[in-house]
Ligand binder design. Structure first.
Ligand code: SF4
Ligand code: SF4
Ligand code: SF4
Length: 180
């Protein structure tokens, strides 16, 4: 199995939102809906406050509760990877996956009647390209790659830098890492 991860440096993210725009363009995300978003979080106490910008999306979890909760098999892992996709033709719109995702990573409903979400741009990954959001980031704070390859940039960054994932306590084994 190939473990694809995203590693995002919160030290160099400026919160510009270009990643969100790139995703909307690349994936023709309907108006009013997003597959990714930018959170502005404040840490510490006045006057020692720190602002952190975080580009968030589906975590393509190793233990994806959206997949295990889906009654039709529409939510599934892509090939032999951790990339979680939704097969639109099998999705009945029951919303079990929306309730099962602790990261609120699924669009409420695509106008065409299925639940949509980030795909890690698997159509680009298949061609050896980075996801659109990663390619668009003006500060190059986003990285994408195979964590099973010890020589990949993502493996090196996670070896060398302090990092976190969101809500590890869920047990979902998220695969979007934030350098802190
Ligand atoms: Fe941050 Fe890059 Fe997204 Fe801008 S494009 S918000 S710098 S991750
Ligand atoms: Fe599923 Fe949510 Fe994990 Fe994405 S973040 S794989 S939608 S449980
Ligand atoms: Fe959007 Fe692709 Fe980035 Fe996911 S990986 S947020 S689908 S641009």
């Amino acid at each position: 199995m190939t473990r694809f991860v995203m590693v995002i440096d919160t030290r160099t993210c400026i919160g510009c939102g270009d990643c969100v725009v790139a995703c909307k363009n690349e994936n023709k995300v309907p108006a009013g809906l997003n597959r990714d978003w930018v959170v502005e979080a404040t840490h510490g106490e006045y006057p020692d406050l720190e602002t952190e910008f975080r580009s968030e999306r589906c975590n393509h979890c190793g233990h994806a509760t959206c997949v295990t909760s889906c009654p039709t098999g529409a939510s599934h892992y892509w090939k032999d990877t951790n990339i979680v996709l939704v097969a639109a033709e099998k999705c009945t719109g029951c919303k079990a996956c929306i309730a099962a995702c602790p990261y609120d990573a699924r669009l409420l409903m695509h106008p065409e009647g299925y639940v949509d979400k980030c795909t890690f741009c698997h159509h680009r990954v298949e061609q050896g390209l980075d996801p659109a959001c990663v390619s668009s980031c003006p500060t190059h704070c986003m990285h994408f790659g195979n964590l099973d390859n010890p020589d990949s940039v993502v493996s090196r960054l996670l070896r060398e830098r302090r990092h976190k994932v969101l809500m590890p306590e869920t047990g979902n084994q998220p695969n979007v890492y934030y350098l802190i």
